[in-house]
Design a binder for this molecule. Structure first.
Ligand code: NAD
Length: 427
């Protein structure tokens, strides 16, 4: 009898409804098998080494006390301290946090950072909380996880619905607990507290560089290329702006409420001006289409930059883009990846495409450690070099091994932590 992973892999029908953790484990196993690692290595890497669940009491504005549940996962620290964002969302769950920490390990491996992967999350809806409640929740989370985090242990950062202000509260709380200023405890901070120039736009910049490299491989010129972006938050809105400024025609964007389409190109500056802090803008328009219709628009480049499980076996046959670059985490299922690859669509996977954020987070941590800060041009130049190298490493691995870009990215990302675990004598 095979393992659960092997059994699920055998059935594409079951595969389609796999949770994030199982599909991540399937691809981890496939990558390790291709690289010739033992079953023991898979057993080591198939889940985080450490997973902390905390309950956080928060005094609400109406005088009541509400309990919140939070998590911190540390996947593998063989290479160095773990690193990864903290997500505030009503749908955060333990397996999602575990999977995201494993993806962070891959991202750090792909872009060659001296970190393993970590991730955190709190089950909450920040859209219905006051600033005071959010501050008390952020500080309470840091008190609850303070024993296992720190500049040389595990370094948090922003993720969905967390931002520079939340990072500032968390850094302040940690510094008070440790009784010294600790800017290197967290990244994505405001500039005046040791943030890095260019961090807010880094994920989008990183995706743009992947789009440029992918377009070169496919002989598509960015000038005039028709681009569709799902999601108009931190990643999606900056990305749409960069593509627009580079001469591409952004013909579709969306948010949680719906999507906008104009085959002649949308006025991105106008939309950026009007979007709210949660990335909503379509509520101001009457003529909208659905997110599903947006994904199937006739275009050259499609960028899912919102949530997971958007391209599945049910719509993968209808996608018209010739390049898909995943800015979001997990927007495409494994079965859809297979269909898109068979159709000859170049799919640049999330663990490669969205690793610009953690790259500049690393630059922020380095600057904090040395107490010397770089101008934005220097940050962007270092980011560009790093990304071009990472993209081409994965692209070449895919060509040489005759595998799709997702499996190639997993192989590139996993190799270093497997080697480091081996050298440490863990396996
Ligand atoms: P965000 O919260 O700033 O924006 C999310 C956007 O997605 C908003 O426009 C929101 O309206 C839209 N959205 C939410 N639910 C939706 C739905 N059901 N259908 C369509 N759109 C929906 O988040 P972000 O920071 O831009 O992150 C977006 C994605 O990129 C996430 O998957 C995140 O994990 C990934 N990512 C972000 C970063 C980063 O630095 N921001 C780094 C790596 C990966």
């Amino acid at each position: 009898m095979g393992t659960a992973v092997e059994e699920k892999k055998a059935s594409p029908k079951i595969e389609e409804s796999l949770d994030l953790l199982t599909s991540t484990q399937i691809t981890f196993k496939e990558a390790l098998d291709k690289l010739g690692y033992s079953k023991e290595m898979y057993e080591l890497l198939k889940e985080p080494l450490r997973m902390l669940t905390v309950r956080i009491p928060v005094k609400m504005d109406n005088g009541s006390t509400k309990m919140f549940t939070g998590y911190r996962a540390q996947h593998n620290d063989a290479v160095g301290p773990t690193k990864g964002g903290v997500r505030f969302h009503p749908e955060v769950d333990e397996n999602e946090v575990k999977s995201l920490s494993m993806w962070m390990s891959l991202k750090c491996g792909i872009v060659d950072l001296p970190y393993g992967g970590g991730k955190g999350g709190i089950i909450c809806d920040p859209r219905s909380m006051s600033m005071g409640e959010l501050e008390r929740l952020s500080r309470g989370y840091v008190r609850a996880i303070s024993q296992i985090v720190g500049p040389t242990k595990d370094i948090p950062a922003p993720d969905v619905y967390t931002n520079a202000q939340i990072m500032a509260w968390m850094m302040d709380e940690y510094s008070r607990i440790r009784e010294h200023d600790s800017p290197g405890f967290i990244t994505g901070k405001p500039l005046v507290l040791g943030g890095s120039a260019g961090r807010d736009k880094a994920t989008a910049q990183g995706v743009v560089i992947c789009i440029e490299e992918a377009a070169k491989k496919r002989g598509i010129s960015i000038e005039g290329a028709r681009v569709v972006v799902q999601g108009f938050g931190n990643a999606g809105s900056f990305l749409a702006k960069f593509m627009h400024d580079m001469g591409a025609k952004v013909i579709g964007i969306s948010d949680a409420g719906g999507a906008l389409h104009d085959p002649n190109g949308l006025d991105i500056d106008y939309l950026l001006d009007r979007r709210d802090s949660f990335g909503m803008v379509t509520n101001l328009f009457k003529n909208t289409i659905t997110n599903q219709e947006l994904l199937e628009l006739d275009c050259d480049i499609l960028v899912p930059a919102a949530i997971s499980n958007q391209i599945t076996a049910s719509n993968a046959h209808n996608i018209k883009a010739s390049i898909i670059v995943e800015a979001a985490n997990g927007p495409t299922t494994l079965e859809a990846t297979k269909i898109l690859t068979e159709r000859g669509i170049l799919l640049v996977p999330d663990v490669l495409a969205s690793s610009g954020g953690v790259t500049v987070s690393y630059f922020e941590w380095v600057q904090n450690n040395q107490g010397y800060y770089w101008p934005e041009e220097e940050v962007n130049e270092k980011l560009r070099k790093n990304r071009i190298r990472a993209f081409n490493n994965v692209y070449e691995a895919a060509q040489q091994r005759k595998v799709n870009m997702r499996l190639a990215a997993y192989m590139v990302g996993i190799r270093r932590m497997a080697e480091a675990s081996h050298f440490r004598g863990w396996v």
